[in-house]
Design a protein around this ligand. Structure first.
Ligand code: 13P
Ligand code: SF4
Length: 319
């Protein structure tokens, strides 16, 4: 029997958020309703910048575990909550600390730059962290002859090599979502809408990047659709971002780039989509599950993340 006293999650979440002095941070890959109740929506860089500078006592992260861990590392005195601890990341999982230590050892003398999509242990082994928004900027801030290790995303790594021409060895990891797009289906869509611009996240494979009109992080893709004069866009990243694109420009049309398997819906990040309104409500009510990171790891991981924030400090926060 369904109860007629169904909880109004949205007003209850807002009430508890104010009562507990909490802030809700959401990534663009969350569902539209969750993005709409968040205090701040952004890409990985903007979210870590926001986590590092806010007055809340509690940060509730509507995103995945590595993002919540990054918030905890930057603000260890705050309570950081993640509504579902199974919200992991296939890319972060593709780089285990024990294996990465050996990789660093076999490429001694190289500066270790890691994408934010890693565990706290991997960050603690890094010299600088980066996101897809600032990867090129971080690499080019180093002397031209500096030898670099980049991990864990092979597609972003190869994209950075092409953009910068630097000497970089790349860890062989990838994101299951961004490697799922079908070049053939994208080109079929383009045939149907010849004026459509193909906009692509750098975690996508080379053939998809090669047909792109624009390549960038989620917030750069959003900015591109805002300033571009076109009307149609084929969006090759997780389709959650289309919610913000539509909010910014309702008269434009956005098509989610189709996956290789048209029956699977696998261009959605199943980790991101584990977060629901009901879980946010329960998490804020119980103040659990809470993120904990070992103090020794916090100390080591803070340095490379703060270095990234320092280098990127003139970059604009999302929204
Ligand atoms: P950005 O938020 O940097 O665009 O990264 C996308 C992503 O895959 C996050 O998991
Ligand atoms: Fe990880 Fe890919 Fe999901 Fe981003 S989209 S959280 S990289 S699995």
């Amino acid at each position: 029997m369904t109860s007629h006293l169904k909880t109004d999650y949205v007003s209850e979440i807002k009430r508890m958020r104010d009562e507990k002095n909490a802030i809700i941070l959401a990534h663009y890959y969350q569902t539209g309703d969750i993005q709409d109740i968040a205090d701040f929506v952004g890409d990985s860089l903007a979210l870590s910048q926001k986590a590092a500078s806010n007055n809340a006592d509690i940060i509730l992260f509507a995103g995945v575990k590595f993002m919540a861990e990054t918030a905890k590392i930057l603000a260890p005195e705050k309570k950081v909550l993640l509504p579902d601890m199974n919200a992991g990341c296939s890319l972060a999982d593709s780089c285990k600390a024990e294996d990465f230590k050996k990789f660093i050892k076999s490429h001694q003398g190289r500066t270790v730059i890691t994408y934010v999509n890693t565990t706290a242990e991997i960050k603690a082994l890094s010299d600088i962290v980066c996101t897809s928004s600032n990867a090129v900027q971080i690499i080019t801030s180093l002397p031209p002859d500096e030898k670099i290790i980049f991990a864990p995303d092979r597609n972003l790594g190869n994209y950075i090599i092409n953009e910068t021409g630097r000497d970089i060895v790349v860890w062989n990891g990838s994101c299951h979502v961004h490697e799922e797009f079908s070049l053939e289906a994208i080109l079929m869509l383009k045939k149907k809408y010849p004026g459509a611009k193909i906009i692509v996240h750098p975690e996508c494979e080379l053939p998809v990047r090669l047909v792109a009109d624009f390549i960038g992080s989620t917030s750069s893709l959003l900015e591109f659709t805002k300033r571009d004069k076109g009307k149609y866009y084929i969006v090759a990243t997780e389709p959650g971002i289309i919610h913000q694109m539509k909010k910014e420009n309702q008269e434009k049309e956005y098509f989610a780039a189709p996956p290789k398997d048209s029956t699977c819906g696998c261009s959605e990040c199943n980790f991101m989509k584990l977060i629901t309104m009901e879980k946010i409500f329960n998490c804020l009510k119980d103040e659990s599950p809470e993120i904990f990171v070992r103090e020794s790891i916090v100390r080591k991981a803070q340095k490379p993340i703060r270095r990234m924030i320092e280098i990127s400090k003139n970059m604009v926060l999302s929204k």
